[in-house]
Every structure is written in C-alpha cells, then in structure tokens.
Design a protein around this ligand. Structure first.
Ligand code: DC
Length: 221
C-alpha cells in the first residue's frame, strides 16, 4: 500500500516565528518545508512588476500575473520561482509586504495558493506554515500547531532579524505595524479546534522546535 504523506501544519500571526520554526522542524524530521505565505508574496511581486498602483489591482489581473509562479522543491524546502527565477529577496521587500494582505483577501488567489500547496504535499512529507493550513488547506493534518506571541515581542524579533541598532521608538512603530497586519489578516488567522496552541513569548526558537518535534513523535508513535 502506498503510505499517504504526513503533514504538520503550523499557523499563527505575522512574525510569530512560524516559517523559521517550520523550517527547523522539517530539517529535524527529514520533511520538506512549505511557506504558504511565500506564494501570496510571489503573486504580489508578480503583480507589482505589471502594475505599481495597487488600487488598480483586480483578482483576475493578479491571477494572470501569477501564472508564471511555480513552487520548486529543494533539499529541505519548497520555494517560489517567477519566470523560472528565485525571487526570495523581492518577496521579502517592503513593497510586497505593504501590499500582500490585499492579495491574500482575494478568494480565487487563495484557491490558487491552496492548490499549489496541496500539490506539493502529495509527493513528500511536509511541514507547512501559514494562517489557514490547519483549518482550510489540511483539515486532516497529522499535527496542527498554532503559534502565538505578544505583539511587542514579535516586533522585537523582527527588528533583531534585521540586525540594525534599534530604539524604543522603532519598537513602538514596529509594534503598531504588526498590530495593523494582525487586523488585516484576522479573518484567516484562526486556530483549528484541534490545534495545539503554543505561546512563544518567553520561549527560544530551540524550545519551540523541540516541543513540536516531540509532539509529532508522540502522534506518529
Ligand atoms: O506569513 P507572511 O507574512 O509571509 O504572509 C504574507 C501574507 O499572506 C499575509 O498578509 C498573510 C497572508 N497569508 C494568508 O492569508 N494565508 C496563508 N496561509 C499565508 C499567508
């Protein structure tokens, strides 16, 4: 019998550490990581290349612009390509970050992302991260995790990641930006009824990874 692939779904709000945690969990378990947000970002980057004025964007135009986006498997993760090229830097830039929530509200774009993610999960064991992986995309996931953290702590992590010196004012500003993004993404950022909620506010990344790996071993054993 063909063994169905395993899915670990990790959801949570912006800067809750989902993607980096999911990547490390995937590496520890020998699974592949899929960052579903990277596809919303890739569609946004593709649309920005076609039209800078986001107020003119329609769902049909975004879907058309996103046609050359594909999800490619590497050694430990899937990553998006646009016209056959890696676009990691472009999708993490401020223009994409400012406009991606708008694209993520479009129902047919959500279907496009969900189909791509489910396709990728057909051939490998995966750790997927996003907002609705445990609720909409993989309601039967083997393990569902929902990461939460205080918004000021998430802002501090974001600033630390950038590696530049920070002030209290910068921390205040980043906290406001994170709260605004939470509000924009609130509709799809809801834990599944059977998700394990982990508050990472006082946890190190290693603690989070170990908790999830040990939960996954308990489930599969
Ligand atoms: O996690 P992120 O910041 O890379 O996500 C980018 C955007 O995509 C953000 O607005 C939330 C949205 N998103 C979503 O709506 N559903 C997902 N499964 C993943 C991301």
């Amino acid at each position: 019998m063909i063994r169905p692939t395993s899915v670990i779904a990790i959801d949570g709000p912006a800067a809750s550490g989902k993607s980096s945690t999911a990547q490390l969990v995937a590496e520890k378990l020998g699974f592949l990581h899929i960052d579903s947000g990277s596809l919303y970002r890739a569609a946004t980057a593709a649309m920005l290349r076609a039209e800078k004025d986001a107020s003119k964007w329609t769902e049909a135009a975004v879907l058309n612009a996103a046609r050359p986006v594909e999800l490619r498997a590497a050694r430990t993760s899937f990553y998006p390509l646009l016209d056959g090229r890696a676009i990691e830097e472009e999708i993490r830039g401020p223009d994409v970050t400012r406009n991606v929530s708008r694209v993520a509200q479009m129902p047919r774009v959500r279907t496009w992302v969900n189909d791509k993610v489910r396709d990728a999960a057909r051939s490998s064991d995966v750790v997927v991260d996003g907002r609705d992986m445990g609720t909409v995309v993989f309601p039967d996931a083997d393990l569902k995790i929902f990461l939460v953290a205080d918004s000021r702590e998430r802002a501090a992590r974001r600033l630390r990641q950038r590696g530049t010196p920070t002030s209290e004012q910068m921390l205040d500003d980043e906290t406001i930006r994170i709260n605004e993004r939470d509000a924009r993404d609130a509709r799809q950022t809801v834990p599944a009824a059977d998700a394990v909620v982990i508050d990472t506010t006082g946890l190190t990344q290693q603690d989070q990874v170990e908790q999830i790996v040990s939960l996954s071993k308990t489930r599969s054993g």
